[in-house]
Every structure is written in C-alpha cells, then in structure tokens.
Design a binder for this molecule. Structure first.
Ligand SMILES: [Zn+2]
Length: 139
C-alpha cells in the first residue's frame, strides 16, 4: 500500500539500476496520486511552498516519474471507501499530496491506521480525525 508517492515512500521500490526490488509485489495506490505525479510539472505547485524552490522540484519530479513508470505494470488502484482483500480500507487525506491515503488494516477485533506523513506543520491533515494513540509502544 503506497500512502503517497514522495520519494522517501517509493524510493525503495526500484534499485539504482531501475530494477524492481520486489518483482513479485503488487503495489496499491490511489489513482489520482499516481496520475498526478506522472503528469506533474512546476506549474502544479503554484499554491505549494515548493513553488519557491523550482530547482528542488526539477530534481524531485523525474525520479518519482521514473519509479512510478517502473512499477506501473505491477500497480493496482484502490478506491476510497471500497475495502480491499477484506482487510484494508482507505480514507483520503489530501493535504500532504493530492492523492494521499490513510490505510486502515482490519485484523480480528482490532484496527491499525497507517498514516504516513499525516502530521505536517504541527496539525492533523484529515477533515474528521479520530485518533487513538497506542501507549503500549510509548507513542
Ligand atoms: Zn510525504
């Protein structure tokens, strides 16, 4: 499950030669996230703080497109609100990226929400947060 396509979340899917690190894996990502990054250009970041760092964006975009291009044949697109494999469900969290998604993993009587990079700028980036913190692990 790919929460979003920032390089620190997808960079490990291909090696330095562009080969798939997990050739038997099926990747799941929101379609709008995949499409955004495949066609992204500097003009798409006008409202972002990154608009003031065009050199950074020019460095960032090609590797993202390269990685997504390499995994495309091994990628499926989940839809928000539709469970997958009876164990996963998805919620939009479109503040960090256009197609960023929270994944809830359902197991027995418990659920675990995977929310990579959800907390940005010191606030939660979901419209209806319902968060239960696990103290067992000291978080
Ligand atoms: Zn990120």
């Amino acid at each position: 499950m790919i929460s979003h396509a920032h390089p620190d979340h997808i960079g490990g899917l291909v090696d330095k030669n562009g080969a798939l690190v997990y050739p038997n894996a099926r990747h799941h990502i929101a379609h709008e996230e995949f499409d955004f990054w495949m066609r992204a250009e500097l003009a798409d970041f006008k409202k972002s703080g990154l608009s003031e760092m065009p050199e950074f964006l020019e460095m960032l975009l090609p590797p993202i497109k390269h990685i997504l291009d390499r995994i495309e044949t091994k990628t499926s697109y989940f839809s928000h609100g539709t469970p997958l494999y009876g164990r996963f469900s998805f919620q939009r969290a479109q503040v960090h990226t256009l197609g960023m998604t929270l994944t809830t993993i359902h197991s027995g009587s418990g659920n675990l929400v995977f929310m990579a990079d959800l907390v940005t700028l010191g606030r939660f980036a979901v419209s209806t947060p319902r968060v239960e913190v696990l103290r067992r692990y000291g978080y």
